[in-house]
Design a protein around this ligand. Structure first.
Ligand code: ZN
Length: 112
């Protein structure tokens, strides 16, 4: 999977948000196709997974997913900090057999 290309798409998606920081998740099928891109949104409490990008992908696509890439972007497009799925999302992904991988933009030039 070419994650550099994915990060570009994720960054583009993140620009739709007015929030300072947001998590973008990309769902990849078992064949390696992009099923969908979701953004986190503030739903309920901080600890509820309903607004999490990875949770939304799993609700939408379920077992069709093979891997979910998650990345956290600032407004400037910086996503150098690694994030990890919360225990709720992790629990669900393990039940469904989906890998959740955090991407950072180390060495990625969006202008290319
Ligand atoms: Zn979560």
């Amino acid at each position: 999977m070419k994650t550099k290309h994915l990060l570009k798409r994720m960054h583009k998606k993140s620009l739709q948000s007015k929030a300072k920081c947001h998590v973008v998740g990309v769902g990849i099928s078992k064949r390696g196709n992009v099923l969908g891109i979701e953004m986190s949104s503030p739903v309920g409490s901080r600890h509820a997974p309903l607004g999490h990008a990875e949770w939304r992908l799993m609700c939408k696509y379920g077992k069709a997913l093979d891997t979910i890439y998650i990345s956290r972007f600032s407004k400037a497009g910086n996503n150098s900090c690694k994030i990890s799925a919360c225990s709720m999302c992790k629990g669900l992904s393990e039940r469904l057999g989906i890998k959740i991988i955090s991407l950072t933009n180390e060495g990625v030039n969006y202008e290319q």
